[in-house]
Design a protein. Structure first.
Lengths: 308, 326, 580
């Protein structure tokens, strides 16, 4: 008989990185998802933290006005006054990059929180209901998932303008169904556990069972979901800006910056590369956090249908 | 054996019915969402300075004064036969244009799909089997980076490398919407490569982690302890089970590919469905938007259906289970 | 741990005729940055045709040792010292090709759960053929069929076409055995081969293994936590604890005269079907005044779906206050359904099922829990089989116990929680712990405390000790008996294990195919005369120390139901039957 003993659980929780030797190699390997959860999680959260701090402090540390144009210094390379150079209008690329994440981070935070919140509650309730209600909600969820998310967003943004709450709500509508589906899957395995049966046998109210017994036990899945959805939403929002449907010029925004500076890539590559590096590090941070979380919490992303 | 056929057929039928229902529901959402948008189609067709009479007359010809459910029914019936209505921009039927755009998208999506799925499943399985070794680290690191860099950047870099620095492929399609297949062929390479990379990253990671799971299962240990070679253990015993959880991810990525790859087509100015989507949104060409949404939904549902059917073929246990729910 | 292994047949240098020789083997496992030793200085050898039993509780390292014989180590484990020699070669020094020849060729493994050990996507015939071909043997259809016949499976032509999930547990295990003996290995390693099987199937599978080992002259290493299984199969037994062999003796010697304290403890905890003092003593005190029944069921029928046959079919019984009624049967007999129905988690279809408590609480148990009164829900409490999943991993022990307190008594005081913890043999400081910080036995005690918190009159115990080690099981069973006596609780005790039942039950009902076939006082049922099905169960149950396997046939049923019951007096009733 294989029994899960306390030792096994303890070992799983304590499972840290193996050997210490070879610092450089250690850092290189810890960037990959094949590493122990805690290392990936630390790096991931660290990257996110750096981004948040920079975004909050950007107006004070940027040094230049991100929208101030100066035709005398257009498309310079790195200089002492403009570390990362300037774009075609002479705007400081470093300042624009530092400020460019503020909007994306805010939208991502709001949209992810609302979408994951709604999806989690709905997922738990439908899983517990397991009746016509479940069936109806899941059919609606399926149908919503079938409509391409980018199209829905594009339409909403063109019609209602790209205000903060419009985008947040649109992203919520697009992502809440996917979260619902994943959380429902996780909740269905929780429901078969004896402690839920015990609560039913005590005659607890359905909502009490959902919130006391089921919800706390899908929180690990939800956390991973959160990190992963956030990485998608960041990418989606900059894609919108890149396509010209998001932030309006001259607002500093990563997607928009890439679009503006793309043609000058051979002359002043930093104009497009700096925002890309910023975006990529943020997304890598979110992905590493998702990976690290799922590893240290013992969730398998693959089983949960990670990319739904 | 006969006994197991009937439930399988029932399962498949049930799955088909669900798929159909999903498409219907999606079309309903799309139709009513578009109806709810502000703006009047007749007004837009005639321009701002049209007389109210002319607008009213056009509304009547277009059937806009009818009951909304009736219009939905008509539109649905039309869509089912390929008649998606009249484009507000060109004044031509939407169907033929959409068909051309869809065909063009297939031209880059199908190769990307075939190569991408095969390559990424193989790499994912290899990384999973060789967990912790250098080859695994390399595969995982590259897929993480590719996943984290937006497609518009991958596309831009590839253009820089292979169209500007070393001019092997054309950077953008100049012919626009009227290009024939032969004219497009030289231009499909770069978009197809970007798509392959974008979808492969997710599939590699999913395949890797499900392979790791399966490799730790008891039946793989049993196969190993039977004296089989690693190759036999992996490909005969582990892979069929490892592919199961990967299928849904593959299906979603394929649906995303086929359903219009907006960014990539925009960067390369490639006349596919994604570009048509962008243009129609920009021009508020509602009938075209509706048509694209429904076609994409159909593609999504068909891909998921295919994934379920493949799962049914791969895992005999699914065939006999009483209640196979999604 | 400190005491040296007691060994009469001390394994020194490998005698030339041994198949297996393990010499001072030590293995450790890397958990985080620590190296945890899991096996320390283990030595033994096995000669052809002989069987060694390796006994121990979970985590003792017995499986780890067994698998080294096939040069297999768990990921993260490594050999720290010592050698494993099979058929003359050091298995961890083998090259790739030789190691493959060893695995399945010289030595073969039968794992615990054949349901998980067979590849789900492959027909069993193909898996058997593979086992032959990977060792250079012809894998023709006829040869595969022969293997299937060799493990005494009926209708081989159909079986080889099946997928593993289409076979029963016993059939799966036989296929796994067939796969293991395909290349006629010299050593067969059996890792808890029958733990997942019903007792009758277990007996048949063990008999098969024993016959095969004689026929093929295989050496056997049998790993088990079950002293009965090991004593019936093994010529000598090694007792393992915390990675060390504490005692290694001839089977008969070990049972007659255990030397090590731990062995004695294990033997004392093991439940037996042969008489123990407990029930006889209790039986005497109770005959005088039969208490009024707490629960009465008559012609009870429970069904999961209209299209399915009833899971519980016209069952009648009564449970008195302070009485434990045990229901025994194999998996699928309907015994757990009966418990589930009593708990109100599935409604009864027909028949009467009533509760009448001491303090005037009455209720209809055919109703689902949502339609039962608070008092009735309070009076009937359920304890689960698997303590690992019966506690919410995110809530502390204290919170788990406080919940029913609040629901049923309206108040929760930390004092009351502490009191309940002490009643089940834990200390009050457990209240702040999470289930993951508890051992299996402790979790099960918390499960019982949670049931007691409601202040029940009846406890439904559904296989509550199945997942526990034998010493822990003994403790939990003692607790249950004490509670029954002190609190006057009635108990429905569901179990597949007659030996366990013997120690705790006042009365026993034997269930098969959804029906009771026999019911009576524990004493009467164990002394007979019996229904043929009960007889079969009793014959198949292996007491520690038995060295014989009574031939049990698990494939054909020798009886069929007839009308009516025979009353043998004292409430001992047997369903009439006729030979089939």
């Amino acid at each position: 008989m294989t029994r899960s003993t306390t030792d096994a659980t303890g070992a799983a929780l304590n499972a840290g990185p193996g050997g210490l030797p070879g610092r450089i190699r250690g850092v290189a390997t810890s960037l990959t998802s094949s590493l122990s959860g805690s290392a990936a999680l630390t790096i991931g959260l660290g990257l996110i933290a750096v981004h948040v701090v920079l975004a909050v402090l950007a107006p004070w540390i940027a040094g230049h006005d991100p929208v101030a144009t100066d035709s005398t210094v257009a498309l310079t390379g790195s200089t002492w006054t403009h570390w990362l150079g300037t774009d075609q209008y002479g705007r400081d690329i470093l300042s624009r990059t530092l400020n460019g994440g503020r909007y994306a981070l805010l939208v991502t935070f709001l949209a992810t929180t609302i979408a994951v919140g709604i999806g989690t509650v709905l997922g738990c309730i439908t899983a517990y209901a397991d009746n016509w209600f479940d069936e109806v909600v899941m059919r609606i969820v399926d149908a919503l998932l079938a409509v391409p998310s980018i199209l829905a967003l594009l339409v909403v943004v063109t019609v209602f303008d790209s205000g903060l709450w419009v985008i947040v709500l649109a992203v919520t509508v697009v992502y809440a169904p996917a979260v619902t589906r994943v959380v429902r899957g996780a909740a269905r395995t929780i429901i078969t556990q004896d402690y839920v049966t015990a609560a039913r046998a005590r005659g607890e109210k359905p909502l009490s069972i959902v919130f006391r017994e089921i919800l706390p036990n899908v929180m690990d899945v939800v956390l991973v979901e959160y990190a992963m959805r956030a990485s998608w939403i960041v990418l989606l929002i900059s894609t919108l800006s890149f396509l010209g449907f998001g932030a309006n010029p001259p607002t500093p925004d990563w997607g928009l910056m890439v679009q503006e500076n793309r043609t000058a890539l051979t002359v002043a590559p930093l104009g497009a590369l700096a925002p890309i590096v910023a975006l990529a590090t943020l997304v890598i941070g979110l992905n590493l956090s998702a990976d690290g979380l799922s590893k240290s919490l013992g969730i398998d992303r693959a089983q949960k249908g990670a990319v739904s | 054996m006969n006994a197991s056929i009937a439930p399988t057929v029932l399962l498949v039928l049930r799955r088909l019915a669900t798929a159909l229902l999903t498409v219907l529901l999606a079309s309903l959402f799309v139709f009513f969402a578009v109806q709810a948008l502000p703006g009047d189609v007749a007004q837009q067709l005639l321009g701002q300075d049209a007389t109210p009479d002319a607008v009213a007359a056009l509304r009547e010809t277009l059937g806009l004064d009818q009951n909304v459910w009736l219009r939905y029914g008509n539109w649905l019936l039309g869509s089912a036969t390929g008649d998606f209505g009249i484009s507000l921009v060109s004044g031509e039927p939407v169907g033929p244009d959409l068909l051309v755009a869809f065909r063009n998208s297939m031209l880059i999506a199908v190769p990307a799909m075939v190569v991408g799925v095969a390559l990424s499943l193989t790499l994912g399985v290899i990384a999973g089997v060789r967990r912790g070794r250098p080859s695994d680290h390399t595969i995982s690191l590259v897929s993480l980076i590719v996943m984290s860099v937006p497609e518009f950047m991958v596309a831009t870099i590839l253009v820089l490398l292979f169209a500007i620095a070393i001019p092997v492929f054309p950077a953008v399609v100049l012919r626009g919407d009227s290009a024939t297949v032969a004219e497009l062929l030289p231009a499909v390479w770069l978009p197809a490569i970007v798509l392959t990379l974008a979808m492969a990253a997710y599939i590699v990671r999913t395949a890797r982690s499900s392979t790791i799971d399966v490799m730790a299962s008891e039946f793989v240990t049993t196969a190993e302890l039977k004296g089989l070679t690693t190759r036999q253990v992996v490909w005969r015993h582990a892979v069929p089970s490892a592919l199961l959880p990967t299928l849904n991810v593959v299906a979603l990525n394929v649906a995303w590919l086929l359903g219009g790859v907006v960014v990539v087509e925009n960067v390369f100015n490639y006349p596919g469905m994604g570009k048509l989507m962008l243009e129609s949104v920009f021009n508020r060409d509602l009938p075209t938007i509706q048509a694209i949404a429904v076609v994409s939904a159909l593609v999504y549902v068909v891909c998921n259906l295919a994934a379920d059917l493949i799962a049914l073929a791969l895992d005999p246990r699914l065939r006999t289970r009483r209640k196979a729910r999604s | 741990m400190s005491s040296a292994p007691v060994s009469t047949s001390s394994p020194v240098d490998a005698p030339p005729d041994t198949v297996v020789h393990v010499d001072d083997l030590s293995i450790s496992y890397a958990a985080g940055r620590r190296d945890v030793p899991v096996v320390r200085g283990v030595s033994f050898s096995i000669r052809p045709g002989r069987a060694l039993g390796l006994v121990g509780e979970s985590g003792s390292g017995k499986s780890t040792v067994a698998r080294t014989l096939l040069a297999h180590l768990r990921r993260g484990s490594r050999i720290v010292g010592g050698r494993v020699t099979v058929a003359g070669s050091d298995v961890f020094a083998l090259g790739d090709r030789e190691r493959r020849a060893l695995r399945g060729g010289t030595a073969a493994l039968v794992a615990q759960n054949a349901g998980q050990a067979l590849t789900p996507s492959m027909r069993v015939g193909r898996q058997l053929r593979e086992a032959l071909e990977s060792h250079g043997l012809p894998g023709g259809h006829e040869r595969v069929l022969e293997l299937v016949r060799h493990v005494r499976l009926p209708d081989p032509e159909t079986i080889v076409e099946r997928y593993p999930h289409q076979l029963s547990g016993g059939q799966q295990q036989r296929i796994a055995i067939a796969m293991a003996i395909a290349a006629r290995p010299r050593l067969l390693v059996l890792d808890e081969p029958t733990t997942a099987l019903d007792v009758v199937t277990q007996a048949a599978v063990l008999e098969l293994v024993r016959d095969l080992s004689v026929e093929l002259e295989m050496a056997i290493l049998l790993v088990s936590h079950d002293l009965g299984v090991v004593s019936a199969m093994a010529d000598e037994i090694a007792v393992m604890r915390d990675g060390v062999i504490v005692e290694h003796r001839q089977t008969a010697e070990l049972f007659a005269d255990p030397q090590h304290e731990y062995t004695r403890e294990l033997l004392a905890s093991a439940p037996r079907t042969s008489a123990t003092g407990l029930s006889a003593e209790r039986g005497g005190g109770r005959a005088s005044a039969p208490p009024p029944p707490l629960v009465t069921a008559a012609d009870l029928v429970v069904r999961y779906a209209r299209s399915l046959p009833p899971a519980v079919d016209a069952v009648s019984f009564a449970i008195g206050a302070q009485e434990t009624l045990a229901v025994v049967g194999e998996s699928g007999s309907g015994k757990s359904t009966l418990a589930t129905a009593m708990a109100g988690l599935i409604p009864a279809e027909s028949g009467t099922f009533t509760f009448r408590g001491d303090d005037g609480i009455e209720g209809d148990l055919t109703r689902p829990v949502a339609r039962r009164s608070l008092d009735l829900r309070r009076s009937v409490q359920l304890v689960f089989q698997n303590a690992d999943t019966s506690l919410n991993p995110r809530r502390t022990v204290g919170a788990a116990i406080a919940r029913p307190l609040r629901l049923f008594t309206g108040s929760t005081s930390p004092d009351r929680v502490a009191e309940l913890l002490e009643e089940v043999g834990l200390t009050p400081d457990f209240a702040s712990r999470l289930p993951a910080q508890l051992s299996g036995g402790q979790r099960q005690r918390v499960g019982i405390a949670r049931a007691l918190a409601a202040g029940p009159e009846l406890i439904i115990a559904d296989e509550i000790t199945t997942a526990l080690d034998v010493r822990v099981q003994a403790g939990v069973l003692d607790l249950l008996t004490d509670l029954r006596d002190e609190k006057g609780l009635g108990c429905l005790f569901i179990s597949h294990d007659l030996a366990v039942v013997r120690g705790v039950a006042d009365r026993v009902a034997v269930m098969t195919g959804g029906r009771f076939v026999e019911i009576g006082s524990t004493e009467d049922v164990f002394s007979g005369p019996n229904h043929p099905y009960t007889r079969q169960l009793l014959d198949a149950t292996l007491d520690p120390g038995t060295t014989v396997l009574r031939g049990v046939d698990d494939t054909t049923r020798t009886w069929r139901d007839a009308d009516g019951w025979d009353d043998l007096g004292d409430g001992h009733r047997i369903r009439r039957w006729e030979s089939a």
